[in-house]
Design a protein around this ligand. Structure first.
Ligand SMILES: [Zn+2]
Length: 214
């Protein structure tokens, strides 16, 4: 990973320490988290809130590890509310929490995905494919990471995520300090959400329920 990617990864982990927050919870809460995440990966849609215990749900919500909406339970990188960033694989189409999150989904579902979004500046439609194991080829598209912004939002999805978007080639402008190439942003996404993939591959011992919410 290059210097710029490492810098953005460190910022993201400091701004939104998902992996560290989850590691600090009880095993039963971690299992509930795994159930929500696996539902998204296996079914390409949000699980209903009742898929996990209400107490576990409250803990995960308070830590901003899940985001409950009327459409079900969101779980970064997957949003249960519309965000305008669509990720499609097979017969599934989901919304990603933000631009970096979208780039993690091919790794998590282990499929080539098509991403459809709009430039955060000019709103031009952007579409390209990302293989599960290869950097994206749409080199002209950049990912923007905002300066420290809305720290008051209860959920990252309503704060930081709203500022992490895609920018088209024409709108990149002369201040690239906050921009990553798609290959760099993809590396950040895979590193940030890599713990989820490892978890799915090797669930914690004693958590058979993780795969059973079908
Ligand atoms: Zn643009």
């Amino acid at each position: 990973m290059d210097v710029r990617s490492t810098r953005f990864l460190n910022r993201l982990r400091a701004d939104f320490p998902v992996e560290a927050r989850l590691a600090g919870t009880r095993p039963a809460v971690q299992d509930a988290y795994g159930a929500v995440l696996r539902h998204w990966i296996d079914h390409g849609r949000a699980p209903v809130a009742s898929v996990i215990d209400g107490d576990h749900r409250a803990v995960l919500d308070r830590l901003d590890l899940i985001v409950a909406t009327r459409q079900g339970l969101g779980c970064y990188p997957f949003s249960s509310a519309a965000t305008g960033i669509e990720v499609v694989w097979g017969r599934y189409a989901v919304q990603a929490m933000c631009a970096v999150d979208a780039l993690a989904i091919p790794m998590l579902v282990e499929r080539t995905c098509r991403i459809a979004a709009r430039c955060g500046e000019c709103k031009a439609p952007l579409k390209w494919s990302v293989a599960s194991d290869y950097p994206p080829a749409a080199a002209s598209i950049k990912v923007r990471y905002p300066d420290p912004g809305d720290a008051g939002a209860a959920h990252c999805s309503e704060g930081l995520c709203r500022g992490i978007d895609f920018v088209c080639e024409a709108c990149v402008g002369s201040e690239p300090a906050n921009l990553m190439g798609l290959d760099q942003a993809s590396a950040v996404a895979r590193a940030f959400f890599g713990f989820q993939r490892r978890w799915i591959d090797k669930p914690a011992i004693g958590s058979p329920a993780m795969g059973d919410h079908r």
